[in-house]
Design a binder for this molecule. Structure first.
Ligand SMILES: Nc1nc2c(ncn2[C@@H]2O[C@H](COP(=O)(O)OP(=O)(O)OP(=O)(O)O)[C@@H](O)[C@H]2O)c(=O)[nH]1
Ligand SMILES: [Mg+2]
Length: 388
C-alpha cells in the first residue's frame, strides 16, 4: 500500500534528503514524523524512519565519543576485491575459524564467546579473483534495536555486497538462523530476493530516466514519475529489476530496504549433527542455500565457498585487450550482466564518448573477433577490445 502522504509531509521529506548534517537531519526527520498521519498504510514507513533516526542518533553519539576529530569509525572496512561479504552470526559459531580457514587473515579463534570485538577482513582467492570476507562481531537478539553496537554491526551487513550467515550445527541452528534473519529483517536488510527492486540515483538535470532490467507491476511509468514528483524528485536514474510495484518505488525513495544475496553456513559438521536438525535448518532458511561444513575439517572449503559466492553474487569477469596484445590477466569484475557501454564507462568516460565499436571473443561472441556495439551484453569470460 502506498502511503498517500499529505503534501507538507512530502515537502518535509524532501528537506530531509537535501540535508547532510546529521543533527539537522535528525531534527527534520522528527518534524516529518510529527506531520505524518498514523494509519496502517504509514506504519511501515514510520518504523523505517524511526530506525534511520536511531542510527543517526548513534552516529552522533559515536562522533562525540571519538578520540580525534576526523578519525575513521572502527567499524568501517573499505571494500576490496570482487565483492565484500559480511560474515554474520551469533557468538561462538566459528566465524573467526572460517576466516582463518579460507582467507589470509590473522584471526583470533577463542573458545569463549564474544572474542571478536571489531570487524576482521580477509581475502578469499577464487579462480582469478578474490572475495573480501569481513567477520562482523556477534549479533544478538535486539541488535536491530541497537543492543551491543547493533546498528554499527548491522550497517556492515547493509554496506556489504552479500552476506554469509554462520550457525553452529550443534546449537539450535534453525532457531539461531531465524534470530539472525529477524534482526536483519528489522533493519530492512532483505536476504531473500524480492520480486521487484528499484534503485533511485538522483542527479542534476530535468529528466527521469529508466533503466530496465525488469518491469513495473500494477502501475505505469507515468505513475512512477508522478510519485517521484510528489517527493520533488524531478531528475534521476531509476533502475528497475524484477517486478516492481509503486510501493517498491516508495520504499526506494525512503532509501531503506536493500537486498543482499545470502548464503547459510552450518558450521562444525565434524561434531556429527542430527540429520533432523539440519533438515529443520534447511526448512527455516528456504529459499537460501545451506552449506553444511566444518571450518576446522572440511578440505577445500575455500574452493567450495568461492564457487557458491561466485554464483550467489552473479559475478561476471570481462578481460580487456589491446590490439596485437594478449588479453589482460586481471579481469574487470561486475555483478550481473554488463553491456559494452557500461564497460567502456567504467574504464574511462572518454572510451564511452568516443566509442566506435568493439570486438569480442569468447562466451558473448557469436564467432571470434565479432564486431559489436554499445548494447551487446557481456557474459563471464568474454574478451573485449574497444575502438575509439
Ligand atoms: N569442532 C569444531 N569446532 C569449531 C569449528 N569451528 C569453530 N570451532 C570452535 O568454536 C569456538 C568458537 O570459534 P570462533 O571461530 O572463535 O567463533 P566466532 O563465531 O568467531 O565467535 P566470537 O567471535 O567469539 O563471537 C572455538 O572453540 C573453535 O575452536 C569446527 O568446524 N568444528
Ligand atoms: Mg570471532
Amino acid at each position: 500500500m502506498v502511503t498517500n502522504l499529505p503534501p507538507q509531509a512530502k515537502e518535509k521529506w524532501n528537506e530531509v534528503t537535501l540535508t547532510r548534517n546529521p543533527e539537522e537531519r535528525l531534527r527534520l526527520m522528527g518534524e516529518f514524523l510529527s506531520i505524518v498521519p498514523k494509519h496502517k498504510g504509514t506504519d511501515r514507513m514510520v518504523s523505517q524512519v524511526k530506525k534511520q533516526m536511531a542510527t543517526l542518533r548513534e552516529e552522533i553519539e559515536k562522533k562525540k565519543r571519538m578520540p580525534k576529530p576526523g578519525s575513521a569509525p572502527t567499524y568501517f572496512v573499505p571494500k576490496a576485491g570482487a565483492a565484500q561479504v559480511a560474515v554474520v552470526g551469533p557468538t561462538n559459531v566459528g566465524r573467526s575459524s572460517l576466516l582463518r580457514a579460507v582467507t589470509n587473515a590473522q584471526v583470533e579463534v577463542t573458545p569463549y564467546p564474544y572474542g571478536t570485538k571489531t570487524p576482521v577482513p580477509g581475502m578469499l582467492p577464487y579462480r582469478d579473483i578474490q572475495f573480501q570476507l569481513v567477520e562482523v562481531p556477534a549479533l544478538v537478539e535486539g541488535s536491530s534495536e541497537g543492543r551491543a553496537d547493533g546498528f554499527m554491526k548491522l550497517s556492515m551487513a547493509r554496506n556489504a555486497d552479500g552476506i554469509i550467515i554462520v550457525v553452529d550445527v550443534r546449537d539450535d541452528p534453525a532457531g539461531n538462523f531465524l534470530m539472525i534473519a529477524r534482526e536483519l529483517a528489522n533493519s530492512r536488510i532483505l536476504i531473500a530476493k524480492p520480486e521487484g527492486e528499484v534503485e533511485i540515483e538522483k542527479r542534476a538535470g530535468t529528466q527521469i530516466q529508466f533503466l530496465w532490467e525488469g518491469e513495473l507491476s500494477g502501475c505505469s511509468t507515468e505513475d512512477v514519475i508522478a510519485l517521484l514528483g510528489e517527493y520533488k524528485i524531478r531528475s534521476a536514474l531509476v533502475r528497475v529489476r524484477g517486478r516492481a510495484t509503486l510501493e517498491t518505488v516508495e520504499d526506494a525513495i525512503f532509501g531503506n530496504a536493500v537486498y543482499r544475496p545470502t548464503l547459510v553456513l552450518a558450521n562444525k559438521s565434524d561434531l556429527r549433527p542430527d540429520p533432523r536438525t539440519i533438515e529443520q535448518l534447511r526448512m527455516a532458511a528456504e529459499p537460501l542455500e545451506v552449506v553444511v561444513a566444518s571450518a576446522d575439517h572440511t578440505p577445500d572449503l575455500a574452493a567450495t565457498l568461492g564457487e557458491r559466492l561466485f554464483r550467489l553474487l552473479d559475478i561476471t569477469r570481462v578481460y580487456t585487450k589491446e590490439p596485437g596484445k594478449e588479453p589482460a590477466r586481471t579481469p574487470m569484475v561486475y555483478r550481473g550482466p554488463v553491456t559494452v557501454g557500461e564497460l567502456a564507462r567504467t574504464i574511462h568516460n572518454d572510451f564511452y564518448r568516443n566509442f566506435k565499436y568493439a570486438r569480442v571473443w569468447g562466451p558473448a561472441a557469436k564467432f571470434p573477433n565479432e564486431k559489436v556495439g554499445l548494447d551487446r551484453r557481456l557474459t563471464d569470460g568474454t574478451i573485449v577490445q574497444l575502438y575509439t
